[in-house]
Design a binder for this molecule. Structure first.
Ligand code: AMP
Length: 307
């Protein structure tokens, strides 16, 4: 099955207790594609400026990511800078410069229009809608967002959620978006807009899946050292959607498996800054961590004695 992502390709400046980087490769579509490309082919729709280093484009291409939909425009590449203090679950945005994204009007290459799986990574919700309009044959669409758009573009974002099958959103954003502090009530409220699957990302506490009132929890892989959480959510989504597209199905059991694959991919990403770790992870390392996950979440239910 074919998988398409639209999102940001960015130069990020990030500071965490473990160190800092400036103008490092980042962006929601970048993390998503790097993770998804471990499992399947992926088509990218995004824009970069004249200052975007060629070496990044070559690296993405060398991973088999289809870049026909990556435009290069006059102006500067999207930039985001953020800081994490001891609470690594919460990024503090210091600056967002939309730059070339301000005028971006995605026109999908003809070859992308038959995409089966479509993921609208974090980007202006109006751009997310434009991509949905151009993928009429899709079988399954997901969307992500962040507080920047929840605060500034709420109505357009609601329209996006009305049209997708799966919403991925982090815990704090789910609370902001719905006004509900309880995550199950928040998930139910988002589901009322339309998506069948709601995935609430909870950083080091894992992810919660809500599907027609049923709940599934996946823990986060336990790491003693986290260098940089940037892109964890996008990497998670890339693992999840890459898995669904590679299986060619999105039934509830496959979505649960995909959530574990996404969590494992994210656990590698946070071990180093930018995409450094994600780019050298092997499929053996991924499958070993998936096996460790099984050990973490299994117990002998028949052996529980309650009298
Ligand atoms: P995550 O940590 O998974 O939420 O995503 C971090 C990535 O999102 C960074 O690489 C940023 O470049 C990108 N990003 C931050 N703010 C925005 C925004 N307003 N729109 C699109 N992408 C963004």
């Amino acid at each position: 099955m074919s998988l398409l992502v639209v999102g940001s390709v960015a130069l990020d400046s990030v500071e965490t207790p473990a160190g800092k980087v400036e103008d490092a490769l980042g962006g929601s579509a970048t993390y998503f594609s790097a993770a998804a490309s471990l499992l399947t082919g992926v088509r990218m729709v995004a824009v970069v400026g004249e200052d975007f280093p060629d070496q990044h484009v070559e690296m993405l291409r060398s991973r088999g990511i289809d870049l026909e939909g990556l435009e290069r425009e006059q102006g500067r590449t999207f930039r985001w800078s953020g800081r994490y203090s001891t609470d690594l679950n919460q990024a503090i945005t210091l600056d967002t410069q939309l730059n070339v994204f301000e005028r971006f009007d995605p026109k999908l290459p003809a070859a992308y229009k038959d995409s089966d799986y479509v993921f609208l990574a974090n980007i202006h919700p109006a751009l997310q809608l434009k991509v949905l309009e151009q993928t009429p044959e899709r079988k399954f669409a997901g969307a992500d967002t962040m507080n920047f758009w929840i605060e500034g573009e709420r109505e357009t974002l609601e329209e996006v959620f009305r049209r997708v099958d799966c919403a991925t959103i982090n815990e704090a954003e789910a609370r902001d978006f719905t006004g509900e502090s309880n995550l199950f009530r928040a998930a139910r409220k988002i589901a009322e807009l339309g998506p069948k699957y709601i995935v609430i990302k909870r950083g080091e506490y894992g992810a919660l899946l809500w599907h027609e009132g049923e709940v599934f929890f996946a823990p986060a892989y336990p790491l003693e050292e986290v260098a940089d959480p940037t892109g964890a959510g996008d990497t998670f989504a890339g693992g999840l959607f890459g898995y669904l597209s590679s299986r060619g199905t999105h039934d509830p059991d496959t979505v649960r498996q995909g959530i574990v694959v996404g969590s494992v991919a994210a656990s590698f990403n946070v071990e180093d800054f930018s995409l450094r770790r994600l780019l050298d992870v092997t499929s053996d390392e991924i499958s070993n961590r998936v096996k460790e996950f099984v050990k973490m979440i299994c117990f002998d239910a028949n052996g529980v004695i309650l009298n």
